[in-house]
Design a protein around this ligand. Structure first.
Ligand code: RTP
Length: 148
């Protein structure tokens, strides 16, 4: 089953949005397969955002991500990468639809509360980076009530 990497950024943790965000993924029907509260250092943040290293906002982005603890998660389910990005909303909260996490809780692009992998391939890489230990292996017994 497909997995994605979701991170609640430092602003989301500081603002007390952890429960709200986890609730949205849980209520959709996705399964939580990894979860930790972690503060990362500069070289780790630079590795996570390596693809953006040439962008003018890169240094500010790294500073933001290392400014406090983040909640790193693995979520699992059919199409969870694409659907997860829909639940999160557009990168710039000014363009995120109401009802999405960024549309409901964010204003500035540099404080947009949450990260979600943008493809199955980046999910695989990000999960390997953030969860070098084996994620928790469990199966939900509600499966037949979510999938036909
Ligand atoms: P994320 O990786 O955090 O899920 O965001 P994304 O795919 O929607 O957007 P991406 O282009 O990968 O950018 C990563 C994060 O960098 C910050 N950003 N700032 N100041 C700017 O113009 C700017 N553009 C992007 C955002 O925090 C964005 O989520």
């Amino acid at each position: 089953m497909e997995q994605t990497f979701i991170m609640i950024k430092p602003d989301g943790v500081q603002r007390g949005l952890v429960g709200e965000i986890i609730g949205r993924f849980e209520k959709k029907g996705f399964y939580l397969k990894g979860l930790k509260l972690i503060t990362v250092d500069q070289s780790f943040a630079e590795k996570h955002y390596a693809d953006l290293s040439a962008k003018p906002f890169f240094n500010g982005l790294v500073e933001y991500i290392i400014s406090g603890p983040v909640v790193a998660m693995i979520w699992e389910g059919k199409n969870v990468v694409t659907t997860g990005r829909k639940i999160i909303g557009a990168t710039n909260p000014a363009e995120s639809a109401p009802g999405t996490i960024r549309g409901d809780f964010a204003i500035d692009i540099g404080r947009n509360v949450i990260h979600g992998s943008d493809s199955v391939e980046s999910a695989r890489k990000e999960i390997a980076l953030w969860f070098p230990e084996s994620p928790v292996n469990w199966q939900s017994s509600v499966h037949p009530w979510i999938y036909e």
